[in-house]
Design a protein around this ligand. Structure first.
Ligand code: ATP
Ligand code: MG
Length: 447
């Protein structure tokens, strides 16, 4: 993409309404624009990152054997009356009446609708296990929408639902989700710690929330510092193996880690004092096992091997897709702007032309652009006539992890400058070497 042809409305001023750094940078970097309280338009840069995050989630869900689908945002109230949640949900539910005076609502989550789909189409244990998921907009009329996309009213969420014959099968689904979420967050450059949590309006017995540590987090968290040393890394996992998934769950949840809702001071105090941590965290996901809470009242049953009709065991699993942009920025920024982890960066590298209009500099930038593109990478080429200082400030603000700077002086010696956004370190090297290095970082090979 050439910056002169892109739509990147960066702001020089810090917007007064933004209280936390991620909100400030998302507005300043031209990623989002508020449409009304807690509701945002996703401008091209923000939208691009949202899509990257979404793709990682799809890839990891597919790896775990879960199946993607899409349900509507507007639902009939009838199903919610069946489960009893139409009244229970309260003011957070946006209720709508259509022209025929029918009660409708904007989905805050989708247990009812998915259960209805299941009961209409599945009747035998032979069709289990089944895990379906979607990534779809949700609406919750939050009493205090704030911090930009962190607590929106409209927000983008991955929600998955497992259907299993027995509790043991459903707990395997729970563990599988825990593993796949660990992988998912790590690919986004995040450490998200599973913490024992409270089930809230979804209901159920077993639940873990995934929290990213950040001072601006809304939850108070208590944990054993050993937990932050755990990495899932690139280990291979067989998702169909109960033992393997169970072992990962035990590894990542055996140490004390709880949110304020379930915190137990006496248990916490059993950890050696030097390992006790009290901090704040951002909830980026949650998994639940809730057994037959929805299948029983809604009649989602299957016949088992003996011919008995039994309600299925279910769980649900959510990732705050739009909130993740804020969480990643909270975890990865400096005073100049965002620092995107390579896994989610909107463009793989920036190209800054220090002397736009200089034939040699222009030609060198075009050549870099062509080489990176040929590798399947997406560069952002600042081909505007802005001053060098302004070009650097924009690149730093929008946070591309790598920048190639091209100027007549370097070109005389046959070199360009490659700069890491994270460390600020630069090196001079021939253009082909810069391309090769970026190709290696992203794991793409020269054709
Ligand atoms: P919270 O406690 O933050 O209100 P929740 O526990 O009610 O969230 P879930 O029902 O578990 O939310 O939804 C799954 C995920 O969706 C959450 O882990 C969170 O990351 C995200 N999420 C929930 N509410 C919002 C919101 N208002 N804005 C943005 N993301 C949200
Ligand atoms: Mg939650």
């Amino acid at each position: 993409m050439r910056l002169s042809r892109y739509f990147l409305p960066v702001l020089k001023e810090t917007p007064a309404e933004a209280q936390i750094v991620s909100h400030r940078y998302m507005l300043r970097a031209g990623m989002i624009k508020q449409a009304s309280a807690g509701i945002y338009s996703w401008l091209p840069l923000g939208f691009k990152i949202l899509r990257k995050i979404e793709n990682i989630i799809h890839e990891e869900q597919a790896r775990a054997g879960h199946i993607a689908m899409l349900m509507p945002t507007i639902q009939s109230a009838d199903l919610w009356r069946e489960s009893g949640r139409y009244d229970a949900y309260g003011a957070e539910m946006l209720r709508i009446t259509d022209r025929h005076e029918r009660d409708m609502l904007f989905t805050p989550t989708a247990e009812e609708l998915i259960t209805d789909i299941f009961r209409a189409n599945v009747s035998s244990y032979k069709d289990l296990p089944l895990t379906l998921y979607q990534i779809q907009w949700k609406f919750r009329d939050e009493i205090r929408p704030r911090f930009g996309v962190m607590r929106g009213r409209e927000f983008y969420m991955k929600d998955g639902y497992n259907f299993d014959l027995t509790k043991e099968d459903a707990l395997h689904a729970y563990n599988r989700h825990l593993v796949s979420y660990l992988r998912t967050y790590e690919r986004m450059g995040l450490q998200a710690i599973p913490m024992r949590a409270d089930s809230g309006p979804i209901g159920g017995d077993d639940t873990h929330e995934f929290l990213v540590l950040a001072e601006t987090g809304e939850s108070e968290v208590f944990y054993d510092s050993e937990i932050t040393d755990l990495k899932f890394g690139d280990r291979e996992i067989d998702y169909s193996s109960r033992a393997q998934c169970q072992a990962v769950l035990e590894e990542f949840t055996s140490r004390y880690a709880r949110t304020d809702e379930t915190h137990d001071e006496a248990l916490f105090n059993q950890i050696p004092e030097e390992r006790r941590r009290v901090a704040r965290g951002i909830e980026v996901g949650q998994i639940f096992y809730f057994g037959t809470k929805y299948s029983e009242p809604m009649g989602a049953t299957v016949t088992d091997a003996e011919g008995n009709k039994v309600p299925v065991h279910m769980g649900s699993h959510g990732i705050g897709v739009s909130r993740l942009l804020g969480a990643i920025i909270e975890a990865s920024h400096d005073d100049k702007g965002i620092i995107w982890p390579e896994g989610v960066t909107p463009f793989h590298a920036g190209i800054v032309n220090l002397k736009q209009g200089d034939a040699e500099a222009d030609a060198a930038c075009e050549a870099l652009y062509a080489s990176l593109t040929a590798l399947g990478l997406e560069p952002l080429y600042d081909d505007t006539t802005e001053r060098a200082g302004a070009k650097f400030a924009t690149m730093d603000l929008i946070g591309l992890p790598w920048r190639i700077t091209v100027g007549p002086r370097g070109l005389k010696n046959g070199v360009v400058e490659l700069t890491s956004r994270r460390t600020g370190e630069s090196e001079e090297l021939p253009p082909e070497a810069a391309v090769a290095k970026i190709a290696a970082i992203y794991g793409v090979a020269k054709a």
